[in-house]
Design a binder for this molecule. Sequence first.
Ligand SMILES: [Zn+2]
Length: 438
Amino acid sequence: MNYLIKNADLVNIDDLTTEETDILIEGNRIAKIGNGLSCQEAETIDAKGMLALPGFIDCHTHMAQSFIKGPLDDIPITEWLIRLFAIDAKMDEEIYYYATLLGCLESLRFGTTCINEMGDTAHIPEQVRAIADAGIRATYGVSTTDVPENDATPILSIPEALAYHQKVLDTVNAEGKGLIRASVAPAGLPAVSGELAKACKRFADEHGLIYHTHLGEGRQETENVAKAYGLNGEAEALAELGVLDKNVLLAHSIWLSDHEIDLIKEYGAYPVHCPNTNLKISDGIPKIAQMLKKGIPVTIGCDGEASSSNRDMIREARCGAYLQKGVTLDPTVMDASTALKMMTINGAQALGYDDLGLIREGYRADLILADMSNDLGLTDRKHRVSNLIYCGDGHAVDTVFVNGELKLRNKKLVGFDEKKIIEKCNDLIDKLNEAVEA
Ligand SMILES: [Zn+2]
C-alpha cells in the first residue's frame, strides 16, 4: 500500500520551524516530499495542521515489564532487582507474549516506531513473536549474567550465555519479518564477568550485531566493579576489555568519571539516557549535559516500566531535559531541538541505520503525525514543536507509520482491538499477581 500525506507541517529538527508539504510513501520508503504531489495508487491522508515528525526511537526497553508497573514502586534498587527476578520467574509463555505485545503497542500508541529491546532468556520465541505481531521496528537481544550481583542473579556458563545469543539470532532471522534485528545484550559488569563481556563482543562482531548493556547504573555496584578491576569505573573496564566501540549502547551511564566520558567520546559508543528510571529508583543523575557539550550523540530510553513506569518518549525526553537544566543551572542544555534529535536521529545512528530517524526522500518510512488542534493545553501555532516536548505527551500522536505500514490512525491502533487487548492483559496481570502472592 502507498500513502500520500497531504499538507502536513514537516518539522525541521534543527530549528524547530515547520513547512507545509506533502509526503509520498511508496512501499517501505519515503518516496517524495514536496507541494502538490499526487498519486493515484496511494491512499490519501489529510494532515492539514498536523506536525510530521520522524518516529521516536526508544534505545533501551524491557517490554515484558509492562506487566510489572506498580508492584515495585518506591523501593531501593537492590530489593527492587531481587523482587523483579521473583516476579519474572512466575511469568509463563502466554504472559511473556502479552506483556511484550502490550509494551510494543503502548510504544506505537505514543509515536515510538523503533525500540532497542533487552529481553529475557526465558521465552525468546514468544518475545520475538510479540514484537513481530506488533509490527514495531526493533533491535532485540536478551540479558545474560554470570556473576552473582545478588541472591537472585541467574548464573550462566559462557557457552550457555552464547547459546542464548545464538537462539536470539536464529529466532530473529526466522521470525523477525525483516523488521527485527538481533543484538547481544549482557546485563552489565556488576553481573557479567570480563570473560563473558569479551565473548559477547566477539559474538556481536562476528555477526555484525549491536552490543547493548547497562553501564554505571547503581553507585555501589559501580564502585564494586571499579575495585575489582583496579580502575575508576565500568566504562574504563569495558575499554580495557576491548568492548567499547561505535556499535555499543550504554544504558544509564550515570556513575562515570570525566575521563570515562572522554573514553565514550573517543570510542564512539552511545549512552542511553533513562531519566525516569534514574529518578524513580534513585540511581543518580548522569552527566548528560557534559556529554552533549562534548558532542556525544546521546540517545533516550524509557527502560522497563517496573522502574520508569513510563513508555512515552515525549515524557521521557522532557524529564531528561528538565533534570539536566536543573542540576546544571543552565536552561540552554538539552534544548527542545537537542531532545528531539536524541529521540530520533541519534537513536537511528546508534542502532546502525543510515536511512532512519529523519523524514527524507529515500529514507525508511517510519514517521508520525501529531495532532494538537483539539488540546486546550497545546494552543499556539508558532511554538508547537517545543510545546509538544515541554507540555505535550504521546497522546498528541494521531498517526504512526512503521516501514510504510499504517500502525495508528486517528489515535487508534490499526489491526488491534485495544479494548480486547486491555481486558486480556488485565486478566493476565491479575493471574501473575496471584502467582507472586501465593
Ligand atoms: Zn534496563
